[in-house]
Design a protein around this ligand. Structure first.
Ligand code: AHM
Ligand code: MG
Length: 351
């Protein structure tokens, strides 16, 4: 009897069946322990994403899902009920994983320990459970950002001092975008790949492999309401794009959504320092470093204006950093304004 040949739909079926965990194992060309760990970790992140997406999709129908808790977090920001729900989802999902001993997030002053996992849990999850929380109550895009690092040493005093390392220490990073569809984008240092949640299957299915960010794009994405709080260099950059054809402003108030546009279509996103917040608003370990990891894997750049985000050494877990991210040419253009101003200032000081 002849060998069975799949019908022409074989390719489409194969594509429809490429799940996240299988993709991770394929990326590593291995079924070894580390590959199995990373695959299991990504599976848990996917589960957290599915739980949060489900909660968000019904939030307007549920009592006590929307609005503020009345508390402020360690950053001094008003906490939303959705922030707490999503933070707890990650904790509960990773409690069951066995692999993660410690989680650090925007919503928790200190790392959260899962003692029962610590004898074997060699990984730390850093995350922003709901990024762009101001969009939650009005049914607009929000996201979750994550980064996975290997735990270095025992961290006996539970301060997470070993987390104060640059972005190159990340083993994996990514985000989940809760939009018209739920999209998970991840990298384990072998390109950047996007998966779409098929709600009927309850699975994230591969949608785009090896995303490459164009060297230049039309979008500039920045909160221009802060115009008079920026340094001159950033004001000059925005004047430049106003005066030149081919630029369009897009700003959703959710970093993940704005970043996703830039990653897929090119351009530049900026959250520079302001007079009130000289280091900007975004946090290094669970917002800007993971997205810097992704953009570099996609052929783009991420900078503070003076150095690559991936090289910044944090002084504390919740450290903020100015953020300029996107297409190589567009990031270089913003940096050129910043460096021109720095040169002029040092010339003025030396005369
Ligand atoms: P959040 O994680 O507390 O929601 O804060 C981060 C958000 C980003 O998603 C977004 O880019 C930025 O804050 C918007 O801030 P602003 O309203 O100052 O433009
Ligand atoms: Mg955030």
């Amino acid at each position: 009897m002849a060998d069975y040949q799949p019908a022409d739909s074989g390719f489409a079926l194969d594509r429809d069946c490429k799940t996240l965990s299988r993709h991770v194992l394929e990326q590593l060309h291995s079924f070894g322990p580390e590959a199995q760990d990373l695959s299991a970790l990504m599976n848990r992140i996917a589960l957290a994403g599915k739980l949060i997406a489900r909660h968000l999709s019904r939030a307007g129908l549920m009592e006590s899902a929307l609005g503020f808790t009345g508390e402020t977090n360690v950053q001094g920001e008003a906490v939303k009920k959705m922030d707490i729900y999503a933070n707890d989802v990650f904790i509960s999902v990773f409690k069951q994983s066995g692999l993660v001993c410690r989680l650090a997030s925007e919503e928790m002053e200190k790392p959260y320990y899962i003692p029962e996992n610590c004898p074997i849990g060699r990984y730390t999850l850093l995350y922003d459970p709901i990024d762009g929380s101001s969009n939650v109550d009005i049914n607009l895009n929000v996201g979750s950002i994550f980064s996975i690092r290997r735990q270095q040493g025992d961290d006996l005093d539970h301060t997470g001092a070993d987390l104060l390392q640059d972005g190159h220490q990340q083993l994996a990073a990514g985000y989940i975008l809760y939009g018209p569809s739920t999209v998970l984008v991840y990298s384990i240092g072998r390109g950047v790949h996007a998966f779409v949640l098929d709600p009927s299957l309850g699975e994230f299915i591969l949608a785009t492999e090896d995303i490459r960010v164009p060297a230049h794009g039309p979008t500039y994405s920045v909160n221009e309401g802060n115009f008079w709080q920026w340094e001159d260099a950033i004001r000059d950059f925005t004047r430049y794009v106003h005066r030149h054809d081919g630029y369009s402003a897009r700003y959703t108030g959710a970093l993940v959504a704005d970043f996703h546009r830039i990653l897929t279509q090119g351009g530049v996103f900026l959250y520079p320092g302001t007079t009130k917040k000289p280091e900007g608003k975004l946090r290094l370990l669970y917002e800007t470093a993971p997205l810097a990891f992704l953009i570099e894997q996609a052929g783009g750049r991420a900078s503070t204006g003076h150095e690559d985000i991936m090289s910044v050494m944090p002084g504390e877990i919740h450290q903020r950093t100015p953020f300029i991210v996107g297409s190589t040419d567009d990031v270089a253009l913003v940096e050129s304004f910043i460096q021109d101003h720095s040169r002029r200032q040092s010339t003025l000081l030396s005369t």
